[in-house]
Write a new protein. Structure first.
Lengths: 195, 195, 195, 195
């Protein structure tokens, strides 16, 4: 199987999941007479929905770049690799739901845990996928992908699961509503790895 | 007509139908004060929605790989072939509706039957499509597609209709809410055919 | 401007509009105890939503093939041609709304008229587009497109506006809810033109 | 990183955001008996939703052509350029929300300001993106892109931020519900620049 159409399906599902996040943002439903004061109050009180939207959008974009980079190296798709991809996409398509749950019930531990575990699972699948294809480079990878790039990619693939774990830790130790800050370690870790 | 843009439309409709399934997952609507106990109870009681989401996502992904494989062999699209494809896409785009109906009314036989018949129809269309193009291989298929591959593909195309039939049988004989288990025969049958 | 990315945007908007039609199909909201009889009754009474879904899906697919065929001949996109395309896409993206309106209020003349006029406008835009590019073939068309094919395409482009007009006539003269039958003349006219 | 898949993600998110705008158009919910008079009244009173739909659709299409034109010149994507793109897409995906807010609360200044600022931010990001890549043309641009084209593109990139600013000015000085007229300066400015 060629990689081209799997990339097309993946790009489609990522693009749709990232755009459907917007449906979680509630438009206020207040009478026009009181709207001048009620609309700003409504939007302000819904700040967790907006931060969740931004976090989920950027983390999904991060996973998309991970997929992009892996498939830049992968030249051949087998059945198991295809279904590993589709399993990841099942959890990608689930993100609008877990983001909505987490935005609506931000003070509740369970909703933050579901949000973070969703990303943790995607991260682990993409890590497993890379271990799988890089364990058999002759079969799966382009000849130009050397051992250094394989190790470097492995390290980078730990970043998103680590961030989801940090978010989980914040949820449990500090407060569920602050878990989004856990994902701020992503650019820091990536910058550290770049050196 | 070239196959390229038909594949693009197909990839788009599959990606969107697979991602719209998430809109069927209800976010609970309970007051924040009782949410710590009400949200887990709500999610647990909605387990049929989650299993339906997973079943529908994987079965759609299965049909997508079927389409992918057929169009790997097909080199030319005619009017009848185009409209057979579009008829299949009509039922693909219907899956979020039949999944929602089946998740909301899982103990009702009719909703399980509609869910399974929807997949049965897609499976039959893709089988008919293959019989149609493989009956005229000089016109429709790449020269590299030999008789062995045509027969092998025919056998594989029976798997999804058989699974939908098994799901229908479970609905009628055992219980409508358990029909999802019928689709578990897909990997077993595919593995058996691979030998 | 190359035609490639305009085709990608067009394929995306058609695929999404065709799949969003499914959101118009209402899932019944009845208690589980009465669902065994209430669900079938609900679905039966909603038949105009289902016929509307099928009509809108096939007519949109028809417009998509019209676009596909035109851009098979077009080699160059200018500003006016781009914005003519985007105007058509505005009305394509509107179809889920006009289909929903027409399904919910099928006995009301206005809702049938809005549904049919929406398709009439798309049909006229694609006709104007072809008159525009075929009026300056050296600039817009591939060298292989001859006068015969230009005339043939013009005739075929009258089919969808004629069908929308027939649907309008049925709405006004017979009954708004039966306007969908107007689109049945499409395959008849296309078959007649093929001879 | 190649430009191909970033363009695919971008085309996907634009196509979806442009099509999701239709979900903001409310289908009336009135009894069938009174629908013949209530439906037209409802649609007429919702005119700001329809003008907003058209404005947002065309402005998004305008940004899409901006992206298309920039990536016609860009041959290489780096990390910062990728994330600038994704930041723009975050605000593109937000447009269905800000359009819905602005359609529902058109007389309220805040909702018009949010609508216009959303477009202003996208316009500024695409301007910054061009300043960034054109500041290092050897690295980012195709050799065929000369200084004249860089300056011309810079001028064109001011048009959308200027239109959003005009819309903001109309909101504040005249009336929030009339801000859509601000975007009418886009074709005028583009025509003036073409000379």
């Amino acid at each position: 199987m060629s990689t081209h159409r799997l990339e097309a399906l993946t790009d489609g599902i990522f693009a749709i999941a990232m755009t459907l996040l917007v449906l979680n943002l509630d438009v206020p439903d207040v009478p026009l007479e009181t709207a001048a004061s009620a609309v700003p109050a409504f939007l302000l009180s819904n700040w967790p929905q907006f931060t969740n939207y931004a976090v989920a959008f950027f983390v999904l974009a991060g996973f998309w770049t991970v997929h992009h980079k892996q498939f830049h190296s992968i030249r051949h798709v087998t059945g198991p690799l295809l279904w590993l991809n589709i399993l990841a996409l099942l959890f990608v398509a689930l993100v609008p739901f877990t983001t909505s749950l987490s935005g609506d019930y931000h003070p509740i531990l369970l909703s933050a845990v579901i949000f973070d575990v969703n990303f943790l699972i995607i991260g682990i699948i993409y890590l497993v996928q890379w271990l799988y294809v890089s364990g058999n480079p002759e079969r799966f990878l382009h000849a130009s992908v050397d051992g250094h790039r394989i190790v470097q990619a492995k390290r980078r693939l730990l970043v998103l699961p680590l961030a989801a774990t940090a978010a989980l830790a914040i949820s449990v130790i500090i407060a569920p509503g602050l878990n989004g800050f856990g994902y701020l370690i992503i650019p820091i870790l990536l910058a550290a790895l770049r050196r």
